[in-house]
Design a protein around this ligand. Structure first.
Ligand code: HEM
Length: 150
């Protein structure tokens, strides 16, 4: 798990993102679909919405907000790894039913990290980067275990 200074780094920087989960969620998913356009097709409710219309699309916004809320729950529960594991396994199982692969989550991790870097700007130090790398890798690893379960 994370040591206390890594945990604090993650929570302090998340405090700059979490006040606007809708805007930042839209930003993360626009980046994800720019980096890997194929994944927009996984979302039945907005698979065929033109890219430029996505930021205004209520289904897209709602989904982005839902995912960010889940990540918010994870960041706020780093001190309860057992509960966190349950959340992550459940997320993995739910996504496994949609036939999503571990690769999709690894690519999501890259886009998510890229979004944090471009948003946090000068707050994105080597320490911030490695603390986030650790927490997101742990999250994705657990989700991947869930993908294979069930
Ligand atoms: C840490 C990363 C992620 C988290 C926390 C997350 C969380 C969620 C949550 C909470 C939901 C809605 C509840 C549910 O049905 O399970 C959802 C739905 C969904 N997620 Fe994810 N997700 C993540 C990454 C991804 C990735 C990488 C993909 C790949 C394309 C993806 C594809 C989907 C799809 C297709 C749905 C269904 C959307 C719908 O019903 O319209 N998710 N996700």
């Amino acid at each position: 798990m994370l040591n206390s200074s890594e945990e604090k780094t993650v929570q302090d920087t998340w405090a700059l993102i979490s006040p606007d989960l809708k805007k930042n969620g839209v930003g993360v998913f626009l980046r994800f679909f720019t980096d890997y356009p194929i994944y927009q097709k996984s979302f039945r409710s907005f698979a065929n919405v033109p890219f430029d219309d996505l930021p205004q699309n209520k289904r897209f916004q709602a989904h982005a907000f839902t995912v960010m809320n889940a990540i918010d729950g994870m960041v706020n529960n780093l001190d309860d790894p057992e509960m966190l594991d349950e959340m992550l396994l459940r997320t993995g199982i739910n996504h496994g039913k949609r036939k999503l692969t571990g690769e999709a989550f690894e690519e999501f991790q890259l886009s998510f990290m890229g979004y944090l870097e471009s948003t946090l700007k000068e707050k994105w130090s080597p320490e911030t980067k490695s603390a986030w790398e650790l927490v997101v890798t742990l999250i994705i690893q657990k989700i991947k275990e869930g993908l294979q379960a069930d």
